[in-house]
Design a protein around this ligand. Structure first.
Ligand code: TXA
Ligand code: MG
Length: 350
């Protein structure tokens, strides 16, 4: 398939590109587009054959539902049976933004979109390109992250092209995604509400609306064979670069010493090693390829750079990536969730 790739300027939206891409959706085709979290791979959420094509392009397991994206509040009404009070409050406070609400689905949402579940995930992104594109489509847009299943999600257009060129009809390219990890998925069919996947809308923020909100305890630990998370996507090996990832957690001084020791051992075995460091620590690493994710004072810069850094180490052909850990508060919960999954829960505590 010949994939059309068009770059668009967020500050000066080219309507012709938006309309051309929306026409692809109207004809049942697939369009990748930027959002504030990661790039999405979009198709008409109400058209089963378009949604099937999304699963094929990604190589995604059939039992993993996709999120329906909307551009305006009123569009949610047709997609769900009812909107509980708490969900209304969350929508008002955090939409448009990096938050997906799980609600009872209405009849018009096809089973393939929800992978046979009775609930549907709905999100209204804040990225202006995403919003205008979805609005022009005139239908809800089913969009998982625009990566080949299992790989880290693309946070810039080059990564999106790497995974999707030749597999889909159209790619809209914008700037690098601001948040860099996928949206917070919140189950609103239960009370108190429960975070099924941590993201940019943090537990602390959610508690302002539902003080008893909590994170599904299953998702931060290594899954056992009976593990059945409510968000089916959370059980798959995910966010994984080709290199093996190891995490070192604990006191920062001890972490640095441990990472230096691990790196030395790998180098002794003739392996090449990448280190995911921070602005505060990078100068303490003497060997290996050192990349800073950003400052520990600015956790959003860490989340923004996480997937891109994992993928850039694959380009450099490293055998092993060793990463510092982050405190599990705020967006740090989402960062550690993705990092631990990419490492297959290989974490050493010092
Ligand atoms: O930020 C995001 O959410 C991005 C951008 C493109 O919007 N999308 C995204 O989609 O990350 P995806 O498909 O890669 O991840 C969706 C997650 C999966 O873990 C899936 O299992 C869960 O949301 N999910 C979707 N619909 C669900 C439902 N009805 N019930 C439970 N979990 C659901
Ligand atoms: Mg994904």
């Amino acid at each position: 398939m010949n994939t059309k790739i068009k770059m668009i300027d967020e500050k000066n939206l080219d309507r012709d590109i938006i309309i051309e891409a929306a026409n692809v959706i109207k004809e049942g085709g697939l369009v990748a587009f930027p959002t504030e979290t990661v790039y999405g791979l979009g198709g008409n959420a109400l058209n089963p054959s378009a949604v099937k094509k999304i699963f094929e392009a990604k190589g995604r397991p059939q039992d993993n539902p996709v999120i329906a994206h909307i551009a305006d509040f009123k569009e949610i009404n047709a997609l769900v049976k009812e909107i509980p009070e708490v969900a209304k409050k969350l929508m008002e406070k955090f939409w448009p933004g990096p938050m997906t609400l799980i609600l009872q689905k209405s009849e018009i949402v096809p089973d393939v979109t929800t992978a046979g579940l009775k609930c549907v995930g709905i999100r209204m992104p804040s990225n202006i390109i995403a919003r205008e594109f979805i609005r022009a489509c005139g239908v809800p847009i089913a969009a998982p992250s625009a990566n080949i299943s299992g790989r880290p999600s693309p946070t810039d257009v080059e990564r999106c092209i790497e995974d999707m060129d030749g597999k889909i009809d159209y790619i809209i390219g914008g700037e690098m995604c601001d948040i860099g990890v996928e949206s917070t998925v919140i189950d609103c069919t239960v009370q108190p509400v429960c975070i099924l996947r941590p993201g940019g809308i943090t537990l602390e923020m959610l508690k302002e609306v539902d003080k008893d909100a909590y994170i599904d305890p299953a998702i931060m630990k290594k899954p056992d064979k009976d593990f059945k998370p409510k968000a089916p996507g959370m059980k798959y090996k995910h966010y994984a670069p080709k290199a093996h990832v190891k995490i070192v957690a604990g006191d920062l001084q001890k972490t640095i010493a441990k990472i230096n020791e691990i790196v030395q051992n790998y180098i002794g075995e003739n392996k090449s090693v990448g280190i995911m460091a921070t602005d505060e620590t990078k100068k303490y690493y003497k060997n290996g390829i050192v990349v800073s994710l950003g400052s520990r004072e600015d956790m959003i810069s860490i989340s923004k750079n996480l997937f891109e850094t994992l993928r850039s180490f694959d380009d450099k052909g490293v055998d092993v990536i060793v990463s510092e850990a982050f405190e599990e508060i705020g967006v740090g919960v989402a960062i550690m969730n993705r990092l631990q999954k990419s490492a297959g829960f290989d974490i050493t505590t010092v």
